[in-house]
Structure formats: structure tokens, C-alpha cells
Write a protein that binds this ligand. Structure first.
Ligand code: NAD
Length: 276
């Protein structure tokens, strides 16, 4: 049985992916610092899958904790979800974002190299694409010209991984650029942790529907779109989770670096999503 380390495995996308990994027969170990999740998510995942997994409460910046985990287990690969993800917050806290995202990835890759584990799937974002170019965005579209510390942190990590692949051909590196993950597992017991004011449209709509927030503000009505509101490409989080398992299966065979976009290629406007 292959053993996979999942960083940030108690978070939104991580928890759904752990469910899919367990269903596909992988043995999973999770490292998470609970920065944006709760320990009870572990029990919920286990309730869905009927299988237990080891959880190490630690920061990915903590090389000592990571080394002790790699000493204890032989990992066949790592899926790296851990990191900070709010664009707005990153503008106020750039140091924290570079430290957690860039620093954490750097430390993790170093420990992986030390223990000769060279299969890594990295959670990136469509925000790394230069948004001045024509749509649709494909994996070969230009990246860079990022607009905030969050996007830049993902861009820097991608560049580090690209260099790694160039100079050491034993690595199997996969960069997954997500568009807008939504929804949750059909059990309804694992979901996105949205704190008080959600950053994303759908959690916001749900809070208004549940009367936890009064109104939803639509920012901008004169974009060059069919109804004037902003368009995003939404993808179901279970499709994302399945995609990670598929990458892992495929990844085992091939060395080098590959990039995958995770979207549907179909955009929905803010008003369309609200109506739906
Ligand atoms: P999330 O916040 O729900 O999950 C991240 C998990 O990582 C949390 O459990 C958190 O406690 C943990 N974590 C954060 N920093 C850590 C650290 N330094 N050490 C250990 N654990 C840490 O986020 P998510 O929505 O599941 O996103 C997962 C990844 O996907 C992130 O890297 C994010 O940037 C990327 N991504 C997310 C979206 C999205 O809309 N959700 C879009 C594009 C990319």
C-alpha cells in the first residue's frame, strides 16, 4: 500500500482529498497546524471513509517535526495543501504569507530531498496567470504579473519547483492550479471553514440564505460580460479531490514537472450563481 503525506489535510480541499485517497486504497498521514481547521475534522473524515489515519499537529515550517515524521514513515509522495489562502489578508500580512507559503514549501522540499522522497503535488492557483492575456487560460499561458502577496507567493513556489525539476531529474513534480473550488462531500460533514466573513461567493450566499449575514454586495456591474458582473470558473471540490488521486497514479510513472489546470473551462457570472 502506498503511503502519502498530506500537508494541510484537515483543510477544505485537503480533507476531501484524504477521503478520496483512502477510498482509492492509499495509506494517509496528515500534518496540519490547525491554523484554519479543527482537529475534529479528522474524526469526520474517518467517519466517511471508515479508515483511520495518523495526524501530526505541526507547522510545515517546522523542519524538526517534519524530519521526525519522515524518519517514522517511508512516504511514496506528498500532497502539499498547507498554506495561507486569503488574497485580502495577504495584503495586510505579506510576511506571514511568504513565511507560511514560500518558507513552508521550501522547508518541506528540503526535508523530502533529505529522505529521498521526490514525488510532490503542489496546490497552486489560477491567480498565478498574468490576467492581461486572452482567455481561456491554458497550462501554457503566461504566469507572473501577480497582484498580491498571496498570488506572488504561489508564483515564487512554482518557480522554485521549476528550477528543482531543471537541475535534478529524479523529482516528479506536479503543479495543480485551481480555479474556484466549491461545494462539499455529499455527507455534508466536511466543508470549507469560512470564519465570520467568507472570502468566496458561495459561502457568502449560503450565510445570507441562512440569515447569518444580512446582505450580499455584488461588486461591479459593468464588466464586459453578459450581465456585467464578474465571471469565475467554479469546480466541485470532489472533482478536485479525484484529480489529485489521478495525478498521483499517473505521477508515479513519470519524472519531471507537469502543470494541470483544475477548472471546467466554463465561466459563471456572480448573478448567475446567485440565481442558481
Ligand atoms: P484551507 O485553509 O481550508 O486548508 C489549509 C490547511 O492547511 C488548513 O487545515 C490549515 O490549518 C493548514 N495550514 C495552514 N498553514 C499551515 C502551515 N504553515 N503548516 C501546517 N498546516 C497549515 O485551504 P484550502 O481551501 O483547502 O486550500 C488548500 C490549498 O489550495 C492552499 O494552498 C490554497 O492556497 C490552495 N488554493 C485554494 C483555493 C480555494 O479557493 N480554496 C484556490 C486556489 C488554490
Amino acid at each position: 500500500m502506498q503511503k502519502i503525506l498530506v500537508t494541510g489535510g484537515l483543510g477544505y480541499i485537503g480533507s476531501h482529498t484524504v477521503v478520496e485517497l483512502q477510498a482509492a486504497g492509499y495509506d494517509v498521514v496528515v500534518v496540519d497546524n490547525l491554523n484554519n481547521s479543527k482537529e475534529e475534522v479528522k474524526t469526520r473524515i474517518e467517519e466517511i471513509s471508515g479508515k483511520s489515519f495518523e495526524l501530526q499537529l505541526a507547522d510545515v515550517n517546522d523542519s524538526v517535526a517534519l524530519e521526525s515524521l519522515f524518519k517514522k514513515h517511508t512516504f511514496d509522495g506528498v500532497i502539499h495543501f498547507a498554506g495561507l489562502k486569503s488574497i485580502g489578508e495577504s495584503v495586510d500580512k505579506p510576511i506571514e504569507y511568504y513565511d507560511s507559503n514560500v518558507g513552508g514549501s521550501f522547508i518541506l522540499a528540503g526535508v523530502m530531498r533529505e529522505f529521498k522522497c521526490k514525488t510532490l503535488i503542489f496546490s497552486s492557483s489560477a491567480t498565478v496567470y498574468d490576467d492581461t492575456q486572452k482567455l481561456p487560460l491554458t497550462e501554457t499561458s503566461k504566469i507572473g504579473n501577480t497582484k498580491n502577496p498571496y498570488g506572488t507567493s504561489k508564483y515564487i513556489i512554482e518557480k522554485i519547483l521549476m528550477d528543482l525539476a531543471k537541475f535534478d531529474n529524479r523529482w516528479s513534480l506536479r503543479i495543480a492550479r485551481y480555479f474556484n473550488p466549491i461545494s462539499n462531500h455529499s455527507s455534508g460533514i466536511i466543508k470549507e471553514n469560512t470564519k465570520n466573513i467568507p472570502n468566496n461567493l458561495i459561502p457568502y450566499i449560503l450565510k445570507v440564505a441562512q440569515k447569518k449575514l444580512k446582505i450580499l454586495k455584488v461588486f461591479g456591474g459593468n464588466y464586459k460580460t453578459k450581465d456585467g458582473t464578474c465571471i469565475r470558473d467554479y469546480i466541485h471540490v470532489m472533482d478536485l479531490a479525484e484529480g489529485h488521486v489521478a495525478m498521483l497514479k499517473n505521477n508515479r510513472l513519470k519524472k519531471g514537472l507537469k502543470v494541470y489546470n483544475f477548472g471546467t473551462g466554463i465561466g459563471s457570472s456572480v448573478l448567475e450563481v446567485i440565481k442558481t
